[in-house]
Design a binder for this molecule. Structure first.
Ligand SMILES: [Zn+2]
Ligand SMILES: [Zn+2]
Length: 338
């Protein structure tokens, strides 16, 4: 049903808010001070009325005064899509931004295909992105929607758009999965570094604490065997590159030397703490210092170091001094209350 925008004294306000409306009003004007009527087609009358009310309101004041005479939010939720289309057609950028955000926020799987159509028609990239995100998260529900099957039957362009959307969503998922998988690997390597410290310090039996789960136990035993093998096989031949197990052990030892910040057992002055007892640590440190390492290795070291810091932060104990002062504080409070 068409609705009409009437130009009277306030026509100037509407014209200033929308350059398209301005042209229409000027075109429809038959003489100075004459009323003119502009037909706004293709949108429900209620939506057009809401649209005109928005044009009368000053966008900045409207944002601040939500307690105005009429409920703007209700209008946006009732006519969001139509308002977005009108704001786009009549070039009212502030209203377009606002309705695009509102439609994106209310997006459901059932409405996703229509919203996608709207996003393409109105050149609304944020809405498109929201559709892609939704399709990535809840593709099954989107595929079950009526809009989806309608598009499949009738709208080749929209179907193409949907395929593109799925492709985007898939890629996003894959990227996310890849990222998560690699985080896991760095975490495991960082754990392996901690086990190496314990194995070579000879404390692995004493410190096999109860909270270590079976997986960790398995990893630790695997590492022990690997290092024993290395000592017997690679240690004897001095050619670790010849044996795949020794190569693995050697890479882990090299990684340890890259992340280790302690002085070697025979190096004398280090940072004053316990010297490092891990095999080949100071040898490999010296070798890497001399020969340098490539970019990929540097990146690996950086990521493992970061994973190590993260896991240290996650499992950090409250320092003794904090515990003591907390106990003191609590007992003093308790005494005061009594
Ligand atoms: Zn070997
Ligand atoms: Zn070391």
């Amino acid at each position: 049903m068409p609705a009409c925008a009437r130009k009277s004294d306030d026509g100037g306000i509407k014209a200033a808010a929308s350059p398209v409306l301005e042209r229409m009003i000027v075109g429809a004007r038959r003489g100075w001070d004459a009323d003119c009527t502009v037909r706004v087609l293709g949108a429900p009358a209620d939506a057009v009325v809401a649209f005109l009310r928005f044009l009368y309101s000053n966008p900045r004041a409207a944002a601040a005064a939500a307690a105005g005479e009429w409920a703007e939010e209700d209008a946006v939720s009732a006519h969001g899509a139509a308002l977005l289309a009108l704001a786009h057609a009549y070039r009212v950028p502030w209203l377009k931004r606002r309705t695009e955000a509102a439609v994106s926020a209310r997006l459901t799987a059932e409405r996703a295909v229509d919203a996608l159509k709207l996003a393409a028609l109105c050149d609304a990239p944020r809405l498109y992105l929201s559709c892609a995100r939704l399709a990535g998260k809840n593709l099954d529900a989107v595929e079950r929607s009526e809009g989806w099957s309608f598009a499949g039957r009738h709208d080749a362009a929209l179907r193409l758009n949907l395929l593109q959307l799925l492709h985007d969503a898939d890629q996003r998922n894959e990227r996310w999965e890849r990222e998560r998988a690699s985080q896991h690997v760095y975490g495991q390597l960082s754990d392996a570094m901690a086990f190496l410290d314990r194995i070579f310090a000879g404390t692995e039996e004493a410190s096999s604490c109860e909270d270590e789960d079976e997986d960790e136990d398995g990893v630790r035993r695997g590492l022990e065997q690997l290092m024993r093998h290395f000592a017997a096989c690679g240690g004897r031949t001095r050619k670790p590159a010849a044996c795949p197990r020794c190569r693995r052990a050697f890479q882990l030892l090299r990684l340890h030397a890259s992340v280790c910040d302690r002085a070697g057992a025979g190096d004398g002055d280090g940072d004053g703490g316990e010297p490092c007892k891990v095999a080949l640590c100071s040898n490999l440190k010296a070798k890497m210092q001399e020969e340098g390492v490539d970019k990929t290795w540097k990146l690996l070291v950086k990521k493992v170091t970061r994973a190590r810091v993260m896991s240290a932060l996650a499992s950090r104990e409250v320092p003794e001094v904090v515990k003591k002062s907390w106990a003191k504080y609590s007992s003093r409070r308790a005494a005061r209350i009594r």
